[in-house]
Design a protein around this ligand. Structure first.
Ligand SMILES: [Ca+2]
Ligand SMILES: [Ca+2]
Ligand SMILES: [Ca+2]
Ligand SMILES: [Ca+2]
Length: 467
């Protein structure tokens, strides 16, 4: 008995088709159909197509009875190993070729013994001597049923699927087996080579089972699970816009993905040593990394003050640029400096600390220093800025200076600044400014802590006037 308008569908697949199957005693249903007499035994069958059935295969479906049903129902899941034959017996108590009972839902026909909401039923095949050709049979089997019986209401079945653990090798192209069959003498062993080939596969996890069937009565089937994880390829590209990396120097890529080993992954450089690339297969996840310049020692901080981070979820190309930030910026010259217009005044002196970049003798790689003056009413970026020259070390700090020549007399503020990410197109570009009490984590740049530069009108000397 099949009917499709009594339950709402099981929602998982309701849009696919209308597979609700009902088997009922029909004493109250309007269509008046009957499955048995006033009292009798109902044995209604739903058969799957013929297939190869192995131990470990799983039949999954959803089933239910009406809410608060007072007439118990029962469902048997049976197995036939007789190929395409559909013989279910001649009467309500016989089962024909479906003589293997896999499970029974509400076997004792008790009220409440059958789920009254859509519930999954999973049946795993076991106990077969080997693969068989056959069918599954769902048998609605209720005695004392019918209009005057104590049992039988109706049930629904929906969203039925069948999962076989052993696939045809043609369905698993990424797995190679050799040999695919053979014989092994009792007490000895044979080697089966299993190879994988990820060509053409997108990133992800692939699983299959290698199933070994034999006529061994004790282990007719051995299942070896195989998992192939194809990881996304990530291409790292470092753009050396500031020429921090000189011709002949290597850049390595070190990160949490290779134990921060700064010697195992040397990036490929272009002819001009301006672009460095490396491609890695990385499992999905989060990683920290750094680019390390091989210049004498290993220069961890020349291209980035802090670790970079990447979240891998699929193949990607990561473009990176220099990203250095100073740990300290400071005006070293006097808080107040005086001079005359059109006469070089100063020098204005600053110092900067970039972790790992300024430490050694000489100006830090790729750093630009400037001194500047302007009115505090003018935005500091719009002051007059003059490139300054490295003059020596103050501990780990670079010291730099320049005089300035001011055209108009007046009272100005002055400050110092530095930039390491100045290459055209570097998204990390930005000047860092220094003041009199310094700029460092926890101590900001303050306009009211800049230097004072007082420029007086230029006085012409009397002897000149007398000529
Ligand atoms: Ca370069
Ligand atoms: Ca230095
Ligand atoms: Ca301060
Ligand atoms: Ca400050």
């Amino acid at each position: 008995m099949v009917k499709d308008d009594t339950f709402p569908f099981h929602t998982l697949l309701r849009h696919v088709r209308r597979p609700v199957v009902l088997m009922h005693r029909c004493k109250n249903l309007s269509d008046g159909s009957n499955n048995t007499g006033n009292i009798g035994t109902i044995s209604n069958w739903l058969l799957t197509p013929e297939t190869t059935i192995r131990n470990g295969d799983t039949l999954l479906f959803y089933t239910r009875v009406p809410t608060n049903s007072q007439f118990p129902d029962r469902l048997e899941v049976r197995l036939s190993s007789s190929g395409a034959i559909t013989d279910v017996g001649l009467n309500a108590t016989s089962v024909g070729v479906f003589n293997t009972l896999l499970t029974s839902i509400n076997p004792n026909l008790v009220v409440g013994g059958y789920p009254d909401q859509w519930s999954p039923i999973s049946v795993t095949v076991s106990g077969l001597a080997g693969p068989v050709q056959g069918r599954f049979g769902l048998r609605y089997y209720v005695d004392d049923a019918g209009a005057s019986g104590a049992n039988s209401n109706y049930i629904g079945i929906d969203t039925l699927s069948y999962t076989t653990l052993c696939s045809s090798p043609n369905d698993v192209p990424w797995l190679n087996l050799s040999p695919t069959s053979g014989s092994t003498a009792a007490g000895s062993s044979s080697t089966v080579n299993v190879g994988t080939n990820s060509t053409g596969l997108s990133a992800g996890t692939y699983t299959a089972n290698v199933c070994v069937t034999s006529n061994d009565p004790l282990t007719a089937l051995v299942i070896v699970p195989v998992t192939l994880t194809v990881t996304p390829e990530i291409t790292f590209v470092y753009h050396d816009l500031e020429d921090v990396v000189h011709t002949g120097e290597d850049v390595t890529l070190a990160g949490s993905f290779n134990g921060w080993n700064n010697s195992v992954l040397t990036m490929t450089h272009d002819a001009g040593y301006t672009t460095f690339t490396a491609t890695l297969s990385l499992a999905a996840g989060s990683y920290d990394y750094k680019y390390v310049v091989k210049s004498g020692g290993d220069q961890w901080d020349w291209l980035n003050t802090n670790n970079r981070a990447i979240v891998v979820s699929g193949a990607a190309t990561r473009h990176d640029y220099r990203n250095v930030t100073p740990g300290y910026m400071h005006i070293m010259s006097a808080a107040s400096i005086a001079g005359q217009q059109n006469v070089p005044v100063g020098p204005l002196v600053g110092e900067a600390y970039y972790q790992g970049v300024t430490n050694d003798a000489g100006s830090g790689r790729g750093l630009i220093y400037q001194v500047g003056y302007g009115l505090t009413t003018t935005a500091i970026a719009g002051w007059n800025w003059i490139t300054a020259t490295y003059t020596g070390q103050n501990g780990n700090n670079d010291v730099f200076e320049s005089t300035v020549t001011v055209a108009a007399s007046g009272v100005y503020s002055y400050a110092v600044r530095a930039e390491g990410n100045w290459g055209a197109g570097n998204p990390n570009a930005g000047w860092f400014y220094g003041d009199l009490d310094g700029v460092f984590p926890g101590e900001p740049f303050e306009l009211n802590n800049t230097g004072l530069l007082t420029i007086s009108p230029h006085r012409l000397f009397a002897p000149l006037l007398r000529r």
